[in-house]
Design a protein around this ligand. Structure first.
Ligand code: CO
Length: 504
């Protein structure tokens, strides 16, 4: 390894140390911190992020990058690590201190006003703060630069190299087939899931969740699970990846789906190459690819028949009162109910995408300046009527439901849907390449699938772009038809519909 590359690697590892130290503080804040710790903790995190910014824009790093970019002795992986770092370095340099401070003030004010507005269910309380944020975000698109659409600059922060035009086209595909498909399902006799809201003891749920994580291959020597109000995964290194879950004694769904979902995120982080710590090769590729891992486990595996053939007996044994009279078939149907609903986070795996499309269309319009903040509630409600045929009763259950905009997270939402579509495409290939995959899952053996994901996705960190990775794995770029093939096969059976031959 060249001396310069070694120095570059050391520099980025230090930045990594600080970033992961900040993650520990964030994790503690969500899981264990007493409420009086909030003030000093915010200060500690602000100081750390200042130091991270200094180190990330250090001239020494810039000089190293300039030399390494012309070094022809580097391997392909080393070149990609350097290019990724160069891209981040040049972007970091574009922010001046006053803009960063103004943004962080605007975000904290917007966040507080969003909390109050949501409680009062009154969008007008949040509107002036959101207006300010949108103005700053539009400024940020100019700071970062873009070639086609200003929203590209924001999208790129979560899904590097993704383009607004491609996502718009993708979502047009989704709408063109899914609106009708969901209507077809709604016209069929409906399944029942009342048993999911029977009483389920907290401790027994916890134990079952641990069983599921263990079976998936989550390594408890390199992580742990705790409880938090919003389930999440965070990492301090590939050998310390934490997950949290949420348990509701009157709704089994919350624990099961959060455990499997966060477990999927965590397996990705635990599978990243430890020797590439702090470099692109040791970090996740994009939020879309991250979400592909959580959703592949949650939906393609976890909501599948084989998975519950492996696990339903154990679940039933833990909750004989709630599930004693619920057959396997009833359980499988109950956990796969498709029904348009108001709240994104409770949506089923099909109608979920309309929640995302609505948010994408609105934030894209805000950033390009084709709608005004004050028009949002009416626009939101009209889109829910158009795509999901439901009436939104209040701002709290409508335009104010998500935290993302209050946090300044514009460009984040599309990654959720992209993740599901990647998941379906990856899983279709996994089925072709892993002999007897469904039979292995049915036997409770998740090892072949995990080994495949490790080799195809986890081992590469961010060495490839998402397009490149998807092509390497599946032979083509992201293509929504895989999701529709999966959805049609599964839900036609669940709802006893006539088979449809035409595909998107
Ligand atoms: Co997720």
């Amino acid at each position: 390894m060249s001396l310069k590359y070694e120095q570059f690697k050391n520099h980025l590892q230090k930045v990594g140390d600080l970033k992961y130290a900040a993650n520990v503080l964030h994790w503690d804040q969500e899981v264990y911190m007493p409420k009086n710790g909030a003030g000093p903790r915010a200060q500690q995190l602000a100081t750390l992020s200042g130091v991270i910014h200094e180190l990330s824009t250090d001239k020494k790093l810039g000089d190293l990058l300039a030399e390494l970019r012309t070094d022809s002795t580097l391997t392909f992986e080393q070149k990609r690590n350097v290019e990724d770092a160069f891209d981040k370095y040049t972007k970091n340099l574009r922010y001046d201190v006053s803009f960063v401070q103004e943004m962080s003030m605007a975000v904290s004010e917007a966040f507080q006003s969003w909390n109050k507005a949501k409680e009062a269910s009154d969008f007008s309380m949040f509107a002036p703060h959101l207006e300010k944020l949108v103005k700053l975000k539009r400024q940020e698109t100019e700071i970062l630069g873009y070639t086609d659409h200003p929203y590209d600059a924001l999208l790129d922060q979560f899904e590097p190299k993704a383009k607004t035009a491609d996502i718009t086209a993708l979502f047009e595909d989704v709408k063109s087939v899914m609106v009708d498909f969901v209507k077809e399902i709604a016209a069929c006799p409906q399944n029942d899931d009342a048993f999911m809201s029977a009483h389920y003891d907290k401790d027994d749920q916890w134990d079952f969740g641990i069983e599921l994580l263990t079976q998936m291959g989550y390594d408890f020597d390199s992580g742990r699970q705790d409880v938090s109000s919003h389930p999440f995964t965070t990492n301090f290194s590939a050998t310390d990846v934490r997950v949290t879950t949420r348990i509701n004694e009157n709704d089994l769904n919350e624990m099961i789906w959060s455990c499997i979902h966060e477990g999927g995120h965590a397996l990705y982080e635990q599978g990243l190459p430890t020797e590439e710590y702090g470099l692109a090769g040791g970090e996740y590729l994009s939020l879309g690819v991250h979400e592909s891992q959580s959703r592949l486990w949650e939906n393609n595996v976890g909501r599948g028949k084989s998975y519950w053939k492996a696990n339903y007996a154990s679940l039933k044994a833990k909750f004989p009162e709630a599930l004693g009279n619920v057959s396997f078939d009833q359980f499988y149907r109950g956990m796969n109910i498709v029904k348009p609903s108001l709240i994104r986070t409770n949506a089923d795996e099909l109608t979920y995408h309309f929640h995302i499309i609505i948010r994408f269309e609105i934030e894209k319009a805000l950033i390009e300046g084709s709608v005004e903040v004050n028009d949002l509630p009416a626009l939101w409600n009209a889109k829910y009527k158009e795509y999901l045929d439901i009436d939104v009763p209040s701002d709290a259950m409508g335009v104010l439901q998500d935290i993302h905009w209050a946090h300044g997270g514009f460009g984040y939402f599309p990654t959720y849907s992209i993740g599901s579509f990647y998941a379906a495409q990856f899983y279709a290939t996994a089925k072709e390449e892993i002999p007897g995959l469904e039979a292995e899952i049915e036997a409770g053996n998740m090892k072949p699938l995990l080994a495949w994901l490790r080799e195809k996705v986890h081992a590469h960190g961010r060495i490839y772009t998402a397009d490149e990775l998807c092509e390497r794995i599946t032979g083509s770029k992201l293509n929504f038809s895989h999701f529709m093939t999966y959805a049609r096969a599964k839900y036609s059976e669940l709802y006893a519909m006539a088979p449809v031959s035409q595909e998107a």
